[in-house]
Design a protein around this ligand. Structure first.
Ligand code: FE2
Length: 410
């Protein structure tokens, strides 16, 4: 129960919100009187969309004292982070600007630790394990899902051990100094990216709200984010030039980002990190597919909070019992996933039944998420969730179709 938990609530990033708020980035950086060179971290998609150039144009003189890393891939890995650090460690880098979504911001945080502490990023998995303060980070958010721009965690794929998984570097010094949440920068981005990253944000908000580690403070952030995302995600994903919807989505995703970095997440993220690492699959899509299956499993652990989620999603719960309201909320999430065009099963994105054992092992042993999940899950529970979420394989579907065809002929 949120109200009984002892917790430290940290929110240390100055947020600049609203259309055109990129104009505040220069002042936010100047405030720190920073010296030395900058590393600008981004990916090719952001560069190709012209967003990187807009950021550079907003910071006169920055280009001469910057190195640009434009090759951040989804699910940044230990190997990739160490290689970037080696490439630039003698370039006098003293500040980092991240222009991108979750992978870019997480990569920027990992690099911020490496530039002041050296070594390999897997030396720092855990809480506050670095000795020297990381470099100051400034983030310009370009998706509507990560929340990383307002938090103090960096999620890194462990690709240098036999077991491919994801681990987190946490640290108070990893909160970006400032984050720009400018809906104008997102106009015209692919609707499918709004759908997948937006559903990731909805996952943060719901998992955060029902987390066993939350507080009334994180509840406030997460539940309001459920409401705003529930209202805006259809408008935003179907028309990414809708500036009002894009501003609502980006602000809500950071709102719940602050909530989740303080109150934790749950089993959706436990399983999705396992799948993301094993299959190099896109985080938002995996979460969005898993969300209804995990909620169907979880709601009985806290029907009252799931009923709140239903109401935040504008489900008409008038006259329903708390339990029926909770179930109606889960059904609405399932519909929403379909309405934004997310596949219904993991098999549609290539996850195979033979991985169930390894995925279950990784998720079950991830206490960060298992401990926060409202229902105490067993290995068997996780296997059942995965079996349902993977769904019938193509072969099974094929043989079902044959059965129907043969049956109709008679
Ligand atoms: Fe996430």
């Amino acid at each position: 129960m949120s109200e009984f938990n002892n917790m430290e609530f940290m929110a240390k990033t100055t947020l600049y919100t609203g259309s055109g708020s990129l104009k505040f980035l220069k002042g936010a950086i100047d405030k720190y009187g920073l010296e030395g060179n900058f590393l600008i971290v981004t990916d090719k998609g952001i560069q190709g969309a012209g967003i990187l150039q807009k950021v550079i144009d907003s910071l006169p003189g920055i280009e001469e004292k910057s190195k640009i890393v434009n090759d951040i891939k989804p699910n940044p890995s230990v190997t990739a982070m160490n290689a970037i650090y080696e490439r630039h460690k003698d370039d006098g880098i003293q500040n980092i600007i991240a222009v991108g979504g979750g992978s870019v911001v997480d990569a920027a945080k990992a690099l911020a630790v490496l530039f002041t502490n050296g070594g390999s990023i897997d030396d720092y998995f855990g809480f506050d394990l670095y000795v020297n303060d990381p470099l100051p980070i400034f983030a310009v958010a370009t998706t509507v899902g990560t929340g990383s721009e307002g938090g103090h965690a960096s999620v890194i794929t462990v690709d240098n051990s036999d077991l491919k998984t994801k681990k987190l570097v946490f640290g108070e010094g990893l909160f970006p100094k400032a984050a720009i949440l400018d809906g104008e920068l997102l106009l015209g981005m692919p609707g499918s990216l709004v759908a997948s990253t937006g559903m990731d944000a909805l996952t943060h908000a719901i998992e955060g709200y029902v987390s066993r580690n939350g507080s009334i403070v994180t509840d406030a952030l997460n539940l309001h984010a459920v409401r705003v995302i529930g209202e805006a995600i259809l408008e935003a994903s179907s028309n990414t030039t809708n500036i009002s919807a894009m501003n609502r989505m980006i602000q809500a995703s950071t709102t719940t980002g602050i909530g989740m970095s303080n109150g934790g997440l749950g089993l959706v993220h436990g399983i999705s990190h396992a799948i993301g690492a094993q299959y190099d699959a896109p985080h938002g899509i995996v979460n969005a597919i898993l969300l209804p299956y995990v909620l169907e499993y979880n709601w009985i652990a806290n029907p009252k909070k799931f009923a709140d989620v239903a109401q935040a999603l504008r489900v008409n719960t008038w006259g329903l019992s708390v339990e029926d309201a909770a179930k109606a909320g889960v059904r609405r999430v399932k519909e929403l996933t379909k309405e934004v065009g997310i596949p219904e099963t993991l098999s549609e994105i290539g996850v195979r039944e033979e991985s169930i054992e390894i995925l279950t092992d990784i998720a079950f042993n991830d206490e960060l998420y298992m401990g926060a999940n409202p229902r105490r899950a067993t290995r068997k529970d996780i296997k059942e969730i995965l079996t349902k979420a993977i769904g019938p394989t193509n072969q099974e579907l094929h043989s079902e179709t044959e059965k129907v065809t043969v049956g109709s002929a008679n």
